[in-house]
Design a binder for this molecule. Structure first.
Ligand SMILES: [Zn+2]
Length: 172
C-alpha cells in the first residue's frame, strides 16, 4: 500500500521520515501554508493530510478528506499511528527512498562517479544515492543506523497499538 501524504508545517519532520521510507509527501513549502491550500492539495492529488492542527483536521473531515490528527510530536508515536491508520511499512527500502528535503525519488549511482561524494564515502560505499532535484548525496552512514533504531521502536509502538494495549494519547 502506497498512500501519498501532505504534511502541515508542524509535522515537517515527519514528512522527512516518510520520504526516507519511500512515501510521497508534499509539505507546506510545496502546497502552501494556509489551511485552504493544504486542503486543496489533498483534494486535487488524493493525499492523506497529516497534521497536529485540530482545526485543519476538522475542516478536512468536513470536506470528506482523509486526515490524521497526530496528538504526539514524538517521532515513534506519530509514525506508529500513521502506520496503524494507513498500513504503511515502517522500514527503509533504499530502492524506494525519496529525498527527505524535496520529495524527489533518489537514484542509485556508483560512488566513484559522484564528484561531490567525500573520499571516505567513496572508499566505503560502492554506491550512493543522489537527488536529481536538489543535488544532495546520501549514503547509509551512522545517521541511517540511528534511523533504523528509531523505526524499530516505532514498530514496537505499532504492535502495542494493534493489540489495543495502548493508545498513547493518539487520536483520529
Ligand atoms: Zn532533493
Amino acid at each position: 500500500m502506497h498512500p501519498k501524504f501532505v504534511a502541515d508545517a508542524m509535522v515537517a519532520h515527519l514528512a522527512r521520515w516518510l520520504r526516507v521510507m519511500g512515501y510521497d509527501v508534499l509539505d507546506h513549502t510545496q502546497c502552501g501554508e494556509d489551511d485552504a491550500e493544504i486542503l486543496e492539495c489533498a483534494r486535487s492529488t488524493g493525499r492523506v493530510i497529516i497534521t497536529r492542527d485540530e482545526d485543519l483536521h476538522a475542516r478536512a473531515v468536513r470536506a470528506g478528506l482523509r486526515s490524521l490528527l497526530l496528538r504526539s510530536g514524538e517521532v515513534e508515536q506519530a509514525l506508529a499511528w500513521i502506520a496503524h491508520e494507513t498500513g504503511i511499512d515502517l522500514s527503509i527500502d533504499l530502492g524506494r527512498t525519496r529525498c527527505p528535503l524535496c520529495n524527489f525519488p533518489l537514484i542509485r549511482i556508483p560512488s566513484a562517479e559522484v564528484d561531490g561524494a567525500p573520499a571516505h564515502v567513496r572508499e566505503r560505499y560502492s554506491h550512493v544515492y543522489v537527488c536529481e532535484s536538489c543535488g544532495k548525496i546520501y549514503w547509509p552512514g551512522s545517521h541511517f543506523t540511528r534511523m533504523q533504531a528509531t523505526l524499530a521502536r516505532a514498530r514496537e509502538v505499532l504492535k502495542k497499538l494493534k493489540s489495543g494495549e495502548s493508545k498513547e494519547g493518539m487520536g483520529r
